[in-house]
Write a protein that binds this ligand. Structure first.
Ligand SMILES: NC(=O)c1ccc[n+]([C@@H]2O[C@H](COP(=O)([O-])OP(=O)(O)OC[C@H]3O[C@@H](n4cnc5c(N)ncnc54)[C@H](OP(=O)(O)O)[C@@H]3O)[C@@H](O)[C@H]2O)c1
Length: 280
């Protein structure tokens, strides 16, 4: 099986590469932004039609949620048009296509876990551009997996590393305590994605670690595991203003993964502990 990973230098791209490389039957082509800019239609076609991968996993995205509010054209170019390029190229050669999406396609106004068929209504440019990426995926590729995840951390910049770095220069931190989600390890997510690509269970999936918390709870748990003595103050989103609005409650239910018997996600605290004890 030949698998192409785009955005291979990102957090998820790196972990997917590691996960797939465990299977010696698989040939991996992992390309970073310099090697393949997904917004460049000709380059996408050349690489995909030239190599004919069986599966394309798109880990490339404009993930700077706040920056997207002002960098609107680029957000849509990367998160929607780039995805369209990949979806069309995959369809031409009959490849399976994995598009990674986000909990921010929901507005998070209701305190219930979102299943895959729940109505989307993003409230940020990032969320809107990712939702258009989902739409293009469905429109232009028949063998697709849309995998929505949330609060991701792995090898790269993320909330966990930000908290640890901030603790080096601050005695106390203010962290938002009125947004709920599920912190998710790239290790768990990569396993789920790789298990899906061997199947023909096409469609949309929610894929996050089990359980949920606020950013404040998440920060407290990071410092507890790392034995870092620091005061953490719970604040509201109103008090901690950011350019992009975030959903209040974007907890996803891995309903479809459970139905197909592929939900191997651990509780978020267990995965976080492994991450903090391992590479950090
Ligand atoms: N991080 C989260 O908390 C989170 C939450 C929910 C969903 N997701 C989704 O999960 C996926 C993986 O996220 P991640 O955390 O691994 O992101 P990441 O670490 O920011 O990686 C994204 C990668 O995409 C690359 N990229 C950007 N524009 C590109 C382009 N035009 N062509 C090719 N590559 C391009 C970036 O390269 P440069 O660094 O060179 O720009 C970067 O290496 C994304 O689809 C994201 O939307 C993430």
């Amino acid at each position: 099986m030949k698998i192409l990973i785009t955005g291979a230098k990102g957090q998820l791209g790196k972990q997917i590469n590691k996960e797939i490389s465990k299977n010696k039957q698989c040939k991996v082509i992992a390309v970073n932004r310099k090697e393949l800019d997904i917004t460049d239609t000709n380059s996408v076609n050349q690489l995909i039609l030239g190599n004919e991968p069986d599966v394309v996993i798109n880990c490339a995205a404009h993930t700077a949620v706040d920056l997207c509010e002002e960098d609107i054209d680029n957000a849509y170019k990367i998160n929607a048009l780039g995805v369209k390029n990949l979806a069309i190229a995959c369809e031409k050669i009959g490849a399976k296509f994995v598009q990674v999406s986000t909990d921010y396609v929901f507005n998070g106004e209701v305190n219930i876990q979102y299943k895959e068929d729940e109505i989307t209504c993003p409230n940020s440019i990032y969320g809107k551009s990712k939702l258009l990426g989902e739409k293009f995926t469905k429109e232009f590729c028949s063998r697709y997996f849309i995998v929505r995840t949330a609060w991701l951390y792995g090898e790269g910049n993320n909330f966990v590393r930000t908290m640890i770095n901030l603790s080096k220069t601050n005695n106390e931190l203010n962290v938002v305590n009125d947004q709920y989600g599920s912190p998710t390890s790239t290790v768990d997510l990569a396993k789920a994605i790789v298990s899906l690509i061997y199947t023909e269970y096409y469609g949309t999936y929610h894929a996050t670690c089990e359980g949920s918390c606020t950013w404040y709870d998440f920060a407290k748990k990071i410092f507890e595991i790392k034995n870092i003595d620091i005061k953490v103050n719970p604040v509201t989103s109103e008090e901690f203003k950011r350019p992009a609005p975030r959903p209040k409650y974007s907890v996803l239910d891995n309903f479809m993964l459970k139905l197909v018997g592929l939900n191997s996600f651990r509780n978020w605290e267990e995965s976080l502990k492994e991450y903090l004890e391992g590479e950090m």
